[in-house]
Design a protein around this ligand. Structure first.
Ligand SMILES: [Zn+2]
Ligand SMILES: [Zn+2]
Length: 304
C-alpha cells in the first residue's frame, strides 16, 4: 500500500493535513480537480497536491509539521478543516454499510475479495494472468479475462445499485478501483466494445451499464470505445435463473456484428459488469472473431 500526505493551502500558507492511501487518493483526485478552490468554514481552501511517501510513519510525521501557527491554533484549525474537508469530499454513503462517506468505506473496501488468482475464461480454472490456457484455445475463442473482484459483498451491492437503482456515480467509484488494479500485463487494446443490451431492455433500464463502464475505462486509459460494433439481435431471457447449459442455448445467435470494417485485426477489450458463467463474453468474442478481430479479452468488474 502506498501512502500519501495531502496538502491543502489556506490563505497562501501550506499545511499538511492528513494521510491517505492510494485508493482514497484516486477517489479524491477523481472528485476534486487539482488546484480548485473551495470555501470551507468561510476559509478559501485549495487542494494543492498529494505527496507520495513510502513509509506510513513518515507520512504521519509530515502530517503534524505545520508552519507559522501556534500549536493550539494549528490543531484546532486542522481538526476543523480536516473534518469538514472530508465531509465535503465524500458526501456519499457506503454501498454496503450506508455510512456517510464514499461509496466504499475503508472497512467495506477491505471486505472486497479482489481477484488475486485469475482464471481461464474458457474452463474457469486457474490461469496465469487470466490468459486462456493453450489447451482451451479455439479459432474463435476468447483470449483472456481480467476481472476486478468476486461477485459478492460490497462489489455485488455496488453493481446492483448501478444497474437497477441507476446510481451512475457508482460506476466511477467502481472504475477507479478497476483502474487502480488494472494489470500492466494486459494487451494494448485498440478499442473497447461494451456487451450490448437488447434495445428493448436498454429502453426499460434507461442506459447500458456496460457502455457506461467502457466509457469510463476508455477515458482513463485513452482507448476508444465503440458501441456500434455488437448488437443483441434476440431478446434473451435473463441469465440469472438458468443453468450453464441453458445459458449457452439462451445466448445462441443472440449477438450480431454490425460494423465490420473497423475491427479487422484489432485487439479488443470486451467490457461487461459481471461475468457469472462467462458465456456472454464467450459468445460475443466468437462473433467478433468471426468478423476479423485478432484478439478479444474480457474486462469485467466481477465474476461469480
Ligand atoms: Zn462501509
Ligand atoms: Zn482453460
Amino acid at each position: 500500500m502506498q501512502w500519501y500526505t495531502y496538502i491543502l493551502e489556506c490563505d497562501d500558507q501550506s499545511y499538511y493535513l492528513g494521510i491517505t492511501n492510494n485508493l482514497l487518493r484516486r477517489t479524491i483526485l477523481h472528485n476534486q480537480k487539482k488546484g480548485s478552490k473551495y470555501l470551507i468554514n468561510k476559509l478559501p481552501i485549495k487542494l494543492v497536491y498529494f505527496e507520495k511517501l513510502v513509509e506510513k510513519s513518515e507520512a504521519r510525521k509530515r502530517e503534524i509539521q505545520l508552519k507559522g501557527w501556534s500549536r493550539a491554533k494549528k490543531e484546532k484549525l486542522i481538526k476543523k478543516i480536516t473534518m469538514n474537508f472530508l465531509d465535503f469530499l465524500f458526501p456519499r454513503r457506503c454501498v454496503s454499510c450506508k455510512r456517510i462517506g464514499d461509496y466504499f468505506c475503508l472497512k467495506c473496501l477491505s471486505k472486497i475479495e479482489f481477484i488475486t488468482r485469475p482464471i481461464c475464461p474458457t474452463c474457469g480454472r486457474l490461469s496465469i494472468g487470466g490468459m486462456t490456457h493453450p489447451r482451451c484455445r479455439t479459432a474463435y475463442g476468447i483470449d483472456g479475462l481480467f476481472a476486478l473482484a468476486c461477485y459478492k459483498g460490497p462489489i455485488r451491492e455496488a453493481i446492483h445499485l448501478l444497474k437497477y437503482k441507476f446510481v451512475r456515480d457508482i460506476g466511477e467509484a467502481l472504475i477507479s478501483l478497476f483502474i487502480s488494479c488494472y494489470p500492466q500485463t494486459l494487451p494494448q487494446f485498440d478499442l473497447l466494445v461494451p456487451v450490448p443490451l437488447h434495445k428493448k431492455r436498454e429502453k426499460e433500464r434507461g442506459f447500458n451499464q456496460s457502455l457506461l463502464l467502457a466509457e469510463l475505462i476508455g477515458k482513463s486509459l485513452s482507448i476508444p470505445v465503440k458501441d456500434n460494433i455488437l448488437a443483441r439481435t434476440r431478446l434473451t431471457k435473463p441469465q440469472v435463473n438458468l443453468n450453464v447449459e441453458e445459458r449457452k442455448v439462451n445466448l445462441r445467435a443472440a449477438f450480431d456484428c454490425q460494423v465490420k470494417a473497423d475491427i479487422r485485426e484489432k485487439i479488443v477489450g470486451l467490457v461487461d459488469d459481471v461475468a457469472t458463467t462467462r458465456s456472454t463474453l464467450i459468445e460475443c468474442a466468437k462473433v467478433l472473431k468471426r468478423n476479423g478481430v485478432k484478439k478479444v479479452w474480457g474486462l469485467v468488474l466481477a465474476h461469480g
